[in-house]
Write a protein that binds this ligand. Structure first.
Ligand code: NAD
Length: 296
């Protein structure tokens, strides 16, 4: 038997709690230094219940971190023009340092046009092309929250230096897979991205020192896809039925991953990191704003 007989759980809940405490302490410090309270505006269009829950949780945690929280709940029939007017208003509001438009938007609205309308300096989701381009060219400003959280957990597990490790990412979405690949390349990993059209996904995964899975497919990654000693980050959130009961699982068959060095459980791994990283990004946006203001 090798020494990797039981994978360690990467406790995202505990890490996120610590990160929120650090953000709260930093918020106190910047308030004392500048006399200004960092503010986050969240825009929700329509009544999607999952989105409404996320927005309520974001509001609660923003307040708990000592920041100002501005919630804008708009009816489902809001027009593109009305939404853009609100975004433009938030763009120039000096009390607001971060803007997040909760996705998905109702079908008649164009999410890309809305994201590109957000002032990139307030784009705490990191989805604006300007922030995507900065990340891609190794000069990141505001980066997407979920891959940022994954990166923090990876460094907490493996140490700051990830250079030379082979990272394989399953999924190439703009919000997880692609920015994750950029962050790992910026950390000097050798990066492979596989997706739904890849022919030999399992073979690529078996070569990974770091395996990040963000496909949204329950049970996709089996135990024999994981190299002994690999660190596995399971981003997937899938609701399945087991014995008539609803359960949340990831994309990795957790029970078969015992030979990994460490793995994020679902729930309790990557999920809790996302809101903590959103607040960390709001603080980053606030600091960048004040540094730019001082430099001007
Ligand atoms: P997406 O649907 O936009 O992208 C999925 C990607 O996976 C695509 O690039 C697709 O090509 C790839 N893929 C699909 N099936 C595949 C297969 N069989 N083999 C290989 N690749 C495959 O999804 P997303 O927005 O990137 O989210 C992915 C998952 O992560 C979802 O389960 C989502 O709920 C979850 N997620 C979690 C958090 C969090 O906070 N923990 C945040 C964002 C997304």
């Amino acid at each position: 038997m090798d020494r990797f007989t039981r994978a360690t759980d990467i406790d995202g809940k505990q890490f996120a709690t610590g990160l929120l405490e650090r953000v709260k302490a930093d918020v106190e410090a910047v308030k004392a230094e500048t006399g200004v309270v960092p503010g986050l505006a969240v825009v929700l269009v329509g009544e999607d219940p999952a989105s409404a829950l996320y927005v309520a949780s974001k509001h609660k945690q923003t307040m708990a971190a000592g920041m100002k929280s501005f919630e804008h709940r708009l009816p489902a029939e809001t027009t593109q023009a009305e939404l853009l007017v609100l975004v433009n208003r938030l763009n120039v509001d000096p009390e607001i340092h971060g803007i997040l438009v909760q996705l998905p938007l109702p079908a008649h609205l164009d999410p890309n046009a809305v994201i590109q309308a957000i002032n990139p300096d307030k784009d705490v989701d990191g989805f604006h092309v300007s922030n995507a381009g900065r990340l891609a060219t190794g000069n990141p400003a505001l980066v997407p929250c979920t891959p940022l959280g994954c990166m923090m957990l990876l460094k907490d597990t493996l140490g700051e230096n990830l250079a030379g490790m082979h990272a394989v990412i399953v999924g190439k979405s703009n919000i997880v897979g692609k920015p994750m690949a950029q962050m790992l390349m910026n950390a000097h990993c050798t990066v492979t991205v596989v997706h739904s059209q890849t022919k030999n996904t399992a073979e690529f995964c078996r070569a990974a020192d770091i395996l990040v899975v963000a496909a949204g497919r329950a049970g996709l990654v089996r135990g024999d896809w994981i190299k002994p000693g690999a660190v596995v980050i399971d981003v997937g959130i899938n609701r399945i039925q087991v014995d008539g009961k609803s359960r949340i699982v990831g994309d990795v068959v957790y029970g078969e991953a015992g030979h990994a060095r460490a793995i994020t459980p679902v729930p309790g791994g990557v999920g809790p990191m996302t809101i903590a990283c959103l607040l960390s990004n709001t603080l980053t946006a606030f600091r960048r704003h004040h540094i730019l203001a001082i430099a001007a």
